[in-house]
Design a protein around this ligand. Structure first.
Ligand SMILES: C[S@@+](CC[C@H](N)C(=O)[O-])C[C@H]1O[C@@H](n2cnc3c(N)ncnc32)[C@H](O)[C@@H]1O
Length: 741
């Protein structure tokens, strides 16, 4: 159901049009209807007339909410068990105002049933104690990263990418990052004790602010394999990387092109699209979509997989783009038949023919039908159906319609690179034959590949595209000529308040081409393995001798006092060592493992503490001589108190703390008696000062944990300590790490 603030009058015949019926003095219901939309899609013959009525009617109903359980499979299965036993079991007979509501249920086609659907309306969530308790659980687990709220159909593209943990993956249009989250999780699916994550996930977006949102979203996953970049995907740069001493063009095992689109598949979630929808939106985006997909096809390795997706029903953004890129790739990529994957997911075949509509709502079958040459440029030739579609196998595309399984709409197509397409591909073939090229030769040859993408030009007069999300004001101001580009998963965009950023601004396609980087990022400099700080850390914490000491980064604009040390995967390191690294606009990479204590560290052997986000990664690789096993009572002391004295802990913990010299330690908390999913591990970074200790969590995490486990709010940090503390300058961390004696 859609609401917008304001004074606008309802248009059209209200008797024949279904509208949202909620009444609220501040809000006017949005009209859930659009005659041109209806005419346009009815004419596409996507389904029978009867089914079409059901399709159209379903679009007016609110969307059920869905979430997936994240993390390694073992952990995820434990959480599922907990949900079933502790929540679903209690929700079998929820009755609100005389109506019985079904409990949340796993989605049958989702692998291992790790995704749940909640169909009851929002009011029930608030008015049923069982649902309210479940909702509280979801909020807490969402914060810790154990679950992720995401629209169901948006989960499909990453699942069809068939990602293996060692692979290199490029997500070309990634913000706000719902699908990137799934990709990162797939890369870490096999994380085991003493095994370093090996893969690489590059999450690119042309919009710098949205890239920052993405980084914020992905932070909770803390992956050393993750890198965010800021480029127009159609011009994603060519760089070479050294692989076993051989200069090799940088390519990926998997590429996702979840391109900007008109977003009418999200109508159930974004009702404002009803009003904004126009036939021109898809036409304005078609060429950019072709460019991005083509560039993605160039960047995928031989034998690699590329997935193209939109949250639009429009064949101009879907099959027409697929047909054009298949034509341009000259047989190098093939549409894959994935009908055996995700059994149970109802999908319909791609269209082989479709109709194009003019601004005055007339259907035309070819560009030649347009008399005016200038408006002809607004109708790219490739937007029309191909003359001979059969060899393309467009039926292998997946169309997901709302009425089939009560979801949003989505389009997905899966491809494999079967023949060389670029110089990079030809080099791979040559490498297999023991030949190699110099980086200068590779670069010269790459110019030819670049020309292909650049030769596909967008219409200079095309209307600007705007990103549609939950911010009504942002989209209402776009006016008639705007094209709505939906990110599909606005549920996962942090609110302005929590994200501390503005919602995404309009995203004009023309501007997006310019690779404008809004802010100059601090460099991501690799540290020498024998850096004195690293050696001090290694010996103090007892780092495993096999730990890769050459994968640490320093963001060198930070002063020495608050120095932050980050860790990256081997694959990220290889990229950072590229001779052309300056071409890549990196927005973020690396997990912060260590941070230098700002002050009062003279008494310690090592001034670096382990950061909270680094604990899960490092704890398997350090000796446990800096670990202290504690129970829930001790946990309460450290969470509730601000800098509790060592004497406030249990006698056993006091004895253990007294054995340790001042410096960073880890509290290994026994949570077996807490009402948490089985096998929950709780490891907290702590600074042990001479007489007191301090948990090194940011104040929001500390408060949330404290409230969740003990139902109380932590004591505030006394003002005289606050003044002395020197929080690190790294964005978004607010650790008050210093202690006083
Ligand atoms: C459909 S949304 C992506 C949603 C995302 N994959 C997810 O699952 O959260 C499309 C994204 O493309 C970005 N975009 C628009 N033009 C672009 C371009 N030329 N190159 C790269 N990204 C672009 C927009 O900023 C927007 O974030």
């Amino acid at each position: 159901m859609g609401y917008r603030k304001g004074r606008g009058k309802k248009k059209g015949n209200q008797d024949s049009k279904r509208t949202d019926t909620r009444t609220d003095t501040d809000y006017k219901p949005l009209e859930l209807d659009n005659e041109v939309f209806h005419k346009y899609y009815k004419a596409q013959n996507m389904m029978s007339d009867e089914e079409y009525e059901s399709f159209y009617a379903t679009l007016k109903n609110p969307l059920p909410s869905t979430f997936r359980i994240t993390g390694t499979k073992n952990n995820a299965l434990q959480i599922r068990k907990f949900i079933e036993e502790q929540h679903v079991a209690n929700m079998q007979n929820v009755v609100v105002d005389g109506v019985k509501y079904d409990p949340p249920a796993p989605v049958a086609w989702y692998p291992d049933q790790l995704c749940y659907e909640i169909t009851c309306p929002r009011g029930v969530l608030r008015n049923s104690p069982e649902y309210a308790s479940f909702q509280k659980f979801l909020v807490a687990e969402n914060e810790t990263g154990n679950i992720s709220r995401q629209e169901l159909v948006s989960m499909v593209p990453p699942l069809l990418m068939d990602i293996q943990p060692h692979q290199r993956v490029l997500d070309m249009c990634a913000a706000p990052g719902s699908k990137t989250g799934q990709i990162v999780e797939a890369i870490h699916a096999n994380d085991r004790l003493n095994e370093m994550p090996a893969g690489l996930v590059v999450a690119n977006d042309a919009d710098y602010k949205r890239s920052q949102l993405l980084v914020h979203q992905l932070k909770r996953l803390q992956s050393p394999c993750f890198m965010a970049t800021n480029h127009d995907a159609a011009q994603f740069p060519n760089i070479t990387v050294s692989e076993n001493g051989v200069e090799t063009p940088w390519q990926f095992d998997r590429v996702l092109c979840d391109v900007p689109c008109s977003g009418d598949g999200t109508l159930r979630k974004n009702p404002k699209v009803w009003k904004q929808w126009s036939q021109g939106a898809a036409l304005a985006l078609h060429t950019l979509q072709v460019q991005i997909f083509l560039r993605g096809a160039q960047l995928v390795k031989m034998g690699g997989r590329i997935v193209y997706s939109t949250c639009s029903f429009n064949p101009i953004e879907n099959e027409a783009v697929v047909a054009e890129v298949l034509r341009l790739s000259e047989g190098a990529i093939e549409l894959k038949d994935v009908s055996d994957q995700l059994p149970g997911l109802i999908r319909r075949p791609g269209l082989k023919t479709w109709k194009v509509m003019t601004r005055d709502n007339q259907f035309i079958s070819s560009v030649d039908d347009i008399e005016n040459a200038r408006s002809g440029r607004k109708f790219p030739k490739s937007a029309f159906p191909p003359e001979n579609p059969d060899p393309l196998h467009l039926e292998r595309c997946l169309r997901i319609y709302p009425q089939d399984q009560n979801t949003g709409g989505f389009f997905v197509a899966v491809f494999e690179k079967v023949k060389p397409m670029t110089v990079a591909d030809r080099m791979t073939v040559a490498k297999d034959q023991g030949q190699s090229l110099s980086s200068t030769d590779i670069e010269a040859a790459q110019v030819k590949d670049d020309t292909l993408v650049k030769s596909i030009t967008t219409d200079e007069d095309a209307p600007a595209a705007a990103v549609a999300d939950n911010d009504d004001a942002a989209t209402e101001s776009q006016g008639e000529k705007s094209t709505v580009v939906s990110e599909g998963d606005d549920a996962s965009i942090p609110s302005k308040r929590t994200a501390g950023t503005e919602d995404a601004p309009a995203q004009p396609t023309k501007k997006a081409k310019k690779d404008v980087q809004a802010k100059k990022e601090a460099p991501f400099d690799l540290m020498a393995a024998d850096n004195p700080d690293l050696l001090a850390i290694k010996s103090f914490y007892g780092l495993d001798p096999a730990f890769p000491m050459d994968q640490f980064l320093l963001r060198s604009d930070l002063d020495t006092k608050n120095r932050q040390i980050y860790f990256v995967s081997k694959a990220v390191k290889t990229v950072l060592e590229s001779k052309q690294i300056k071409r890549l606009h990196i927005v973020n990479t690396g997990v912060r493992l260590f941070a230098r204590q700002g002050s009062l560290v003279d008494t310690t052997e090592c001034a670096f503490r382990i950061s909270s986000e680094g604990v899960p990664l490092i704890e398997q690789h350090i000796e446990d001589h800096r670990s202290v096993h504690v129970g829930l009572d001790d946990l309460k002391v450290i969470l509730v108190g601000a800098f509790p004295m060592i004497t406030e802990f249990s006698p056993e913990t006091q004895a253990n703390l007294n054995k340790l010299s001042p410096g960073g330690i880890i509290f290994n908390v026994d949570v077996s008696s807490a009402n948490l999913p089985a096998d929950t591990k709780m490891l907290l970074p702590v600074w042990r000062a001479k007489l007191s200790v301090n948990v090194l969590l940011n104040k929001h995490d500390k408060k949330s944990l404290c409230q969740r486990l003990f139902g109380v709010t932590p004591e505030p940090i006394p003002a005289h300590i606050k003044d002395k503390s020197q929080p690190p300058k790294e964005p978004s961390t607010e650790e008050t790490a210093d202690t006083v004696e």
